[in-house]
Design a protein. Structure first.
Length: 542
């Protein structure tokens, strides 16, 4: 039980419902709010500002995940005195406890379980996130449907100070062999963990057996699994997903297509049950009365560990294994179009920003467009070259950022990330040239059309007319760079500035005044002195 009255981030801790290597999970509730599962992170996980910033980035990407198969993040505070992450509370037993109490899942319920869990992992992958810790204790049973918890947060522990050479964070028997070999996790690693979890749900025993951790890990590396008791329709796809070679495992789309061809109807209890009026549910009563149950079956649910891996393969004595998976199952036929027996994963976009904030974004963007128009009117040649040069730099930076983000999603943060970005910068500068040229041609054509429109509107013969023509061309140049082909690489870096700025009205107002003042000053200079056509001198403008 949590100490009476203890609060974290405004949440009152009701009782402890779990514990792992990342932190302690409590049932918690804000006054008048719904109950949540609040994970209080351990000090060694977020011990400094760098680790907290990494956690904040992870929470930001994980908050995009919205699926009925996921206990999604509802609140977090990586920078608080006690950092925490709060997720939707699922009032059900873990798969591990469910199997112990009710036995293995059978028949149509097992097929439904396998599909739902695959959809949950697919929902995580759809947001470019790896779970990295799919196992029975991280799957809660909501009726007959599984709900995946603790998604992605295992990657926060991917820190040089935690993952020392020869050390492993995770649960033996549910980690993919490539991770045990020290390689980077991939989506195929989550597929392997999915298969091991489904095998446990259908057989009631871990597929790689029990015993010393090093013995279990050695069986995982060699692919020596026991799927006896798993029904035939599921056994081939689970065996294929447990292949020691990640390149030979089916991906989630193939798995879902295969499972949906089984045409097993969804169990009647699949919809999420209504929350009981009594807040003291059975899992809470078990957690509140005693922790004795956790001690009764330590072999069946190995806790998260941090054990040194053996420097060489250890030949440990254990019961004779079943036939290894080197004998590959018959190839499965995956249909091009999956059957529609099961609902597809539910994904929701983040809620849109408030109307006032969106209007502030639009106003600031328009002000920047006016500044570009003023610069082009005052300095037709150098101004246009400068704007296009800035667009090239923004596109290059966007490409570099996307590449770095992809690397982090696949293998976590590394100490050499920043030097790697710097070394790759020349390549990204070159890589962005073709797209920038195409965008510049598009913008140049639209700008020329704007100049012709300005010529028709303002006429010729006066300085103000020339300024008007050039300003119209400059404004359309800005619009084309913002909306043209490949312009997302220009918008993205700018929106990372404008969006947070628009969320703070005072800062936005000051910045807006500064941009408008700059545009007004440059325009006044152009009206007073006329367009500066350097480096081309004696250029006559209409």
């Amino acid at each position: 039980m949590a100490p009476p009255g203890l609060t974290v981030g405004g949440y009152t801790l009701l009782t402890r419902i779990g514990e792992g290597g990342m932190g302690v999970v409590h049932l918690a509730q804000q006054p008048g709010g719904p109950r949540v599962a609040l994970k209080v992170l351990r000090p060694h996980i977020v011990g400094d500002d760098e680790a907290r910033a990494r956690l904040a980035r992870e929470v930001g990407s994980l908050s995009r995940i919205r699926s009925a198969r996921i206990a999604e993040i509802v609140d977090a505070d990586p920078w608080g005195p006690v950092p925490f992450v709060a997720t939707r509370y699922v009032p059900g037993l873990s798969l591990h406890d469910h199997v112990i109490e009710e036995g293995p899942i059978e028949g149509a319920d097992l097929t439904w379980f396998a599909v739902c869990l695959a959809e949950a992992v697919a929902a995580v992958h759809a947001c470019d996130v790896l779970h990295r810790d799919v196992k029975p204790s991280n799957v809660l049973m909501e009726g007959r449907s599984p709900v995946l918890i603790d998604f992605g947060l295992a990657r926060v522990a991917d820190d040089p100070r935690l993952t020392h050479t020869g050390w492993l964070l995770g649960t033996p028997g549910y980690l993919a062999p490539e991770i045990l070999y020290g390689q980077d996790a991939t989506t195929a690693s989550d597929v392997h963990s999915w298969a091991a979890t489904v095998a446990y749900a259908g057989t009631g025993h871990p597929p790689f057996g029990r015993g010393p951790s090093m013995a279990i890990m050695d069986r995982v590396r060699r692919g020596e699994h026991d799927l006896s008791g798993l029904p035939d329709p599921l056994r081939p796809v689970v065996a294929a997903a447990l292949d020691p070679d990640p390149d030979r495992r089916p991906d989630l789309s193939q798995i879902l297509a295969h499972l949906r061809t089984l045409r097993s109807p969804a169990p009647a209890t699949a919809p999420r049950p209504a929350a009981p009026e009594d807040p003291f549910t059975m899992p809470l009563a078990v957690a509140a009365l005693s922790d004795a149950r956790e001690a009764t079956a330590p072999e069946a649910a190995p806790a998260e560990i941090a054990r040194p891996l053996p420097p060489t393969r250890v030949e440990t004595a254990y019961p004779p294994p079943v036939q290894p998976s080197s004998v590959q199952p018959a190839p499965m036929a995956y249909p091009a179009t999956p059957a529609a027996d099961y609902p597809l994963p539910v994904w929701f976009e983040p809620p849109p920003a408030p109307l006032g904030e969106r209007l502030r974004r639009a106003a600031f963007t328009a002000a920047v467009g006016l500044l570009v128009a003023a610069v082009v009117a005052a300095y037709p040649i150098w101004g246009t070259v400068g704007v296009l040069f800035l667009a090239w730099l923004l596109r290059s930076g966007s490409l570099a950022g996307s590449a770095a983000s992809t690397r982090r999603q696949l293998r976590g943060n590394r100490w050499y990330d920043s030097p790697q970005v710097m070394l790759a910068t020349p390549w990204h500068l070159v890589q962005s040239i073709p797209g920038t040229i195409m965008l510049a041609l598009w913008a140049g054509g639209l700008s020329l059309a704007g100049g012709l429109l300005g010529y028709a509107f303002f006429g010729t013969g006066e300085r103000r007319a020339a300024i008007g023509i050039l300003a119209t061309a400059g404004l359309l140049l800005a619009v084309a760079l913002w909306c043209g082909p490949g312009a997302s690489r220009v918008r993205g870096p700018l929106q990372r500035i404008t969006h947070p700025l628009a969320a703070r009205p005072v800062a936005w107002f000051i910045a807006l005044l500064v941009v408008l003042a700059a545009a007004s000053g440059v325009a006044e200079l152009a009206l007073e002195r006329g367009p500066n056509t350097a480096p081309v001198h004696n250029l006559t403008l209409p």
